[in-house]
Design a protein around this ligand. Structure first.
Ligand SMILES: Cc1cc2nc3c(=O)[nH]c(=O)nc-3n(C[C@H](O)[C@H](O)[C@H](O)COP(=O)(O)OP(=O)(O)OC[C@H]3O[C@@H](n4cnc5c(N)ncnc54)[C@H](O)[C@@H]3O)c2cc1C
Length: 352
C-alpha cells in the first residue's frame, strides 16, 4: 500500500482498535455495530459535523426508505444515529481529513489527518462515501497559487482581514455572515453573487442591503472572470457582470463561499484498486484487498452494489463481526440479539 503524504511525527499517535474514515450514515452506524461487540471507535470527518451527504447536501429533504421509519428528515436521521451511538462513547475528530493511511510491519495501520492527528489502528473502516467534502473553488485560472494566501474558502482568523480590501463571493449564509461580520472592520467590501436572489437568512439579506444602501459596501451581480496579478501578488479580480459588462475590483483578499462538494481526495493514493472511484470489497466481510481495512457505504463496490443508506447499514453490521475476528482471531464471535443479550444491553446502557 502506498501513501501520498509522508507520516510525520507531529504528535503522539492515538492507539485505537478501530478508526472509521467518514462520519456519514454508514460510518455512524459502524460505530454502533462495533460498539455492540465491545469495540470502541474513533471517527474522523473532513466536515465539522456528522452526517455526510445527508447533512451537507439534503438536510431538509425527507427520506422514505429507511426501514421502519416511513418518513424521516435527512438531518433527523443523522440526529437519531448520533443518539443511537451515544452509549458507545465514540471519539469524534471533525474538521480533519485523513490524508495518509499506511500499513505497519506489526499488522496495524498508521493514519494521519490534515490537522496532524496520528492514529495507530488495529482495524480501519473506510466509510468515505463519494469522497471528502471540499469547498467549491473560484474557478479562475491561476487561483490555486494564491489559496490560503490571498484566496480563501474559509476564515481561520477574521482579524487577518481587518483593514483589508475584500471581495467576497457567494450568496449563501456563509458569504452573508462574513460580509456582515467584516463590514466596518475591513477597509472595503464588495460582494459578488451571480444572481439577485440569495439562499440565506432573510434578516442577513436585509442587513446586507442596508449596508449597500448606506454606501458601506458594494454589491456586484456577476461571476469571477480572471485574477488581476502584479508580480507574485494578487491585486484584484475582474468580474463579468450578469448584464454582460466587465468590472475590475481591487482586492487584498478574495473570499469565496460556494458550499462544499465531495471529492475522492487522498483515498485515490492509498493503493486500492478503484472501480469508478469505489473500492472493491468482498460481501462477507466488506474487507478490501488489505486484511484489516474494510470499506462500507457509497465508497465500496461489489456485484449488485446499490448506493443506498440501508446497504451501508447492512455492510456495517457484517464488517463489525469481521473486525471483531480480526482483532481477536482466536475468539469466535457469536451472534447475539439486543433483545435478549445482557452484555449487549449493558454496553447499550439499558436500565442505567
Ligand atoms: C439529494 C440526495 C438524496 C438522497 N436520497 C436518498 C434516499 O432517499 N435514500 C437513500 O438510501 N439514499 C439516499 N441518498 C444517498 C445517500 O445519501 C448515500 O447513500 C449515503 O449518504 C452514503 O453514506 P456514506 O456514509 O457511505 O457516505 P457519505 O454520506 O458520503 O459520507 C461520507 C463522509 O466521509 C467523509 N470523508 C471522505 N473522505 C474522507 C477523508 N479522507 N477524511 C475524512 N473524512 C472523509 C466525507 O466528508 C463525508 O462526510 C441521497 C443522496 C442525495 C445526494
Amino acid at each position: 500500500m502506498t501513501t501520498d503524504t509522508t507520516l510525520s511525527a507531529t504528535s503522539q499517535p492515538v492507539e485505537a482498535d478501530a478508526v472509521i474514515v467518514g462520519a456519514g450514515p454508514a460510518g455512524l452506524f459502524q460505530v454502533f455495530e462495533l460498539g455492540l461487540l465491545g469495540i470502541k471507535s474513533h471517527i474522523v470527518d473532513t466536515l465539522k459535523h456528522p452526517g455526510g451527504q445527508c447533512a451537507e447536501l439534503y438536510p431538509d429533504k425527507p427520506i422514505y426508505d429507511i426501514p421502519a421509519l416511513p418518513v424521516c428528515g435527512a438531518q433527523e436521521l443523522v440526529d437519531r444515529l448520533m443518539q443511537q451511538i451515544k452509549p458507545f462513547g465514540p471519539e469524534f475528530h471533525f474538521g480533519e481529513e485523513v490524508s495518509a493511511l499506511k500499513a505497519r510491519e506489526d499488522g496495524r495501520f498508521d493514519l494521519q489527518t490534515s490537522a496532524g492527528t496520528r492514529f495507530i489502528a488495529k482495524a480501519v473502516v473506510i466509510a468515505a462515501g463519494l469522497g471528502s467534502f471540499q469547498p467549491r473553488r473560484l474557478g479562475v485560472e491561476g487561483g490555486e497559487a494564491f489559496e490560503g494566501r490571498q484566496i480563501h474558502y474559509r476564515v481561520k482568523n477574521a482579524v487577518d482581514f481587518h483593514g483589508k480590501h475584500l471581495v467576497i463571493f457567494g450568496g449563501g449564509d456563509s458569504a452573508l455572515d462574513w460580509v456582515i461580520d467584516l463590514s466596518g472592520k475591513a477597509a472595503s467590501i464588495t460582494q459578488v453573487h451571480r444572481r439577485p436572489e440569495f439562499r440565506a437568512a432573510p434578516a442577513s439579506v436585509a442587513r446586507m442591503k442596508e449596508l449597500v444602501a448606506a454606501g458601506k459596501m458594494k454589491f456586484v451581480e456577476g461571476t469571477a472572470a480572471a485574477l488581476r496579478i502584479a508580480g507574485d501578488q494578487l491585486t484584484g479580480v475582474s468580474v463579468k457582470r450578469t448584464d454582460g459588462g466587465m468590472e475590475d475590483l481591487d482586492a487584498d483578499h478574495l473570499l469565496a463561499f460556494f458550499g462544499l462538494h465531495p471529492k475522492l481526495g487522498p483515498i485515490a493514493d492509498w493503493g486500492f484498486a478503484l472501480d469508478k472511484k469505489a473500492i472493491a470489497v468482498d460481501t462477507a466481510k466488506f474487507q478490501t484487498s488489505v486484511p484489516g481495512i474494510f470499506a462500507i457505504g457509497d465508497i465500496n463496490t461489489y456485484p449488485g452494489k446499490k448506493k443506498l443508506i440501508l446497504s451501508g447499514f447492512h455492510e456495517a453490521a457484517l464488517a463489525a463481526f469481521a473486525i471483531a475476528e480480526h482483532l481477536n482471531p482466536a475468539k469466535k464471535v457469536h451472534l447475539q440479539y439486543t433483545t435478549t443479550s445482557p452484555i449487549m444491553q449493558k454496553r447499550l446502557g439499558v436500565n442505567e
